[in-house]
Ligand binder design. Structure first.
Ligand code: FES
Ligand code: FES
Length: 154
């Protein structure tokens, strides 16, 4: 048995060592906010936090999450469903079209801000460069991260 936390809740699962964290989130825990894009670590659609650090969940064997805390897009809004300032900023700046990359962009953006890498647009672009957007919503994404970085308490 492997035990770990997902969005603050304890999870205990018998895992196949070949299962990725992304597969476990979607197929076993039915958390479909985290997206599969390339499944090879290239697009960032599957970005989640593990112990506060962003990782691409398609490349992480789920067994490695044992004893750790995983946060997905489902764990970002407040307990009453109130949007996180970065989620609101994505809406304010129209930072999505199809929305497929958006959960990964938001998970990555949260760490970009927490890491202190949201000082200006060039820095945001560099530290968000692992997250691709086929719709080309990059100007809105950068503006959203910039707005959230300046929000109180973020
Ligand atoms: Fe994981 Fe593309 S699906 S990086
Ligand atoms: Fe469509 Fe980014 S909004 S891939």
């Amino acid at each position: 048995m492997t035990t770990f936390g997902v969005n603050g809740r304890p999870v205990e699962l018998e895992l196949d060592p070949r299962e990725s964290l992304l597969e476990v989130l979607q197929d076993r825990l039915h958390l479909f906010g985290t997206k599969k894009g390339c499944d090879h670590g290239h697009c960032g659609a599957c970005t989640v936090h593990v112990d506060g650090r962003r990782i691409v969940s398609c490349l992480m064997p789920a067994v490695q999450a044992g004893g750790r805390q995983v946060r997905t897009i489902e764990g970002v809004a407040g307990p009453g469903g109130e949007l996180h300032p970065l989620q609101q900023a994505f809406i304010d700046h129209d930072a999505l079209q199809c929305g497929y990359c958006t959960p990964g962009q938001i998970m990555s953006g949260l760490c970009c801000i927490a890491e202190g890498h949201a000082g200006d647009d060039d820095e945001i672009r560099e530290y968000m460069s692992g997250n691709l957007c086929r719709c080309g919503a990059y100007p809105g994404i950068v503006a959203a991260v910039r707005q959230a970085a300046a929000a109180p308490g973020v």
